[in-house]
Structures are given as structure tokens and as C-alpha cells.
Write a protein of this length. Structure first.
Length: 185
């Protein structure tokens, strides 16, 4: 077999492998972008679709008459313990104009709405929008992996590395196009 035919066969084999990689990466990215777009639309319409519980009605009093945030925190943790749920609180959303404090937990999607004046639990609902938000921003992997600091570091550094590689590639393509246009003129 001549060397020319051997080179062509090697080249054809490389091209077939490249096309397979291109197809695999392309389909993976298509799925990724589709999920990102779908979850983005769902987050944009979360109020209309009812993915977020309505705010309960409470007596609106001045902030001076509210129970302390410590009391709200204590009541929320007591409820979570009684339901055998994780007690780690992610955030407390205080709605002064509605007399409500919404407590969101870190390791489950339960939302408690407590009256600011009494600390009494008015509503207990699941927050579907938090699950969708975690899918959208990629933190769902960390949520289900119950990550360690090492996993978190790897995930964030690999995201950064991919972003840097893409940016570097885009800039190098831009430079080579400029150079080629300057040499041809």
C-alpha cells in the first residue's frame, strides 16, 4: 500500500473520530442549553405557574411589636425537628409590610411563614421554585451530593477552567483571523 493511501486512511480515521466527538459534545450541549432555557422560563413564570406559595395573611404591626428574629428562628427549628427534617436554615425573608417572616431551609424545600407579631406558624408549603433554581444554576449537584469542601472546590474550579478555556479559544480565533486578513492584504 502506498504511503499516500496510508496517510489518507489515517486522516479518514481521525476525521471519523472527530465527528463522533463533535456529535457527542453537540448533543450534550444541546441538552444542557435546553434544560437551562426551560428552567429559566419556569423561573420567570413561577408566580403565574404557582411554583411559589402565596404569602399568608397576618396582622400587620409596627416592627417594634414584632417578636425577635431569634424567636422566629427557634420556632422554625422546633417545627423542623418535630417533622424530623433538617434544621439548617438558609434564609429568613422578612416582609414588614405583610407582617410575615418566611423561613427557607438549606437541605429541603420547605417554606415556613410565621407571623411577625406572634411568631406563630401560619403556613407550611414546599417551594418548587427553589428546586428549579438549583437545577438552573447547577447547585443541584451539590445539593444531592451533600458535598464536601473538596467537591465544592473541584466543581467551581472546573467551571472556571472551562470558562477560561472558552474565552482563550475565542480570543485566539479572533487574533488568527486578524493576522490572516493583514497578511492577505
Amino acid at each position: 500500500m502506498s504511503p499516500l493511501i496510508q496517510r489518507r486512511k489515517k486522516r479518514a480515521k481521525r476525521i471519523r473520530a472527530f465527528r463522533q466527538w463533535h456529535k457527542t459534545i453537540g448533543v450534550s450541549l444541546l441538552v444542557f442549553f435546553f434544560v437551562m432555557a426551560l428552567t429559566g422560563v419556569l423561573l420567570g413564570l413561577k408566580d403565574i405557574l404557582g411554583l411559589k406559595p402565596r404569602t399568608a395573611k397576618a396582622e400587620v404591626v409596627s416592627l417594634n411589636e414584632w417578636v425577635s428574629l431569634q424567636q422566629i428562628n427557634t420556632n422554625a427549628i422546633a417545627y423542623a425537628k418535630a417533622q424530623q427534617l433538617d434544621t439548617l436554615i438558609d434564609r429568613v425573608d422578612v416582609r414588614i409590610d405583610k407582617g410575615i417572616a418566611k423561613v427557607l431551609f438549606k437541605r429541603h424545600f420547605t417554606e415556613l411563614q410565621l407571623a411577625g407579631s406572634t411568631g406563630e406558624i401560619l403556613s407550611v408549603r414546599q417551594r418548587g421554585d427553589h428546586f428549579i433554581e438549583r437545577i438552573h444554576d447547577g447547585s443541584i449537584v451539590e445539593f444531592y451530593a451533600q458535598q464536601t469542601e473538596t467537591l465544592k472546590m473541584i466543581l467551581y474550579s472546573s467551571r472556571s477552567w472551562v470558562a477560561c478555556a472558552v474565552i482563550k479559544r475565542l480570543f485566539s480565533l479572533g487574533c488568527s483571523e486578524k493576522e490572516s486578513s493583514e497578511t492577505s492584504s
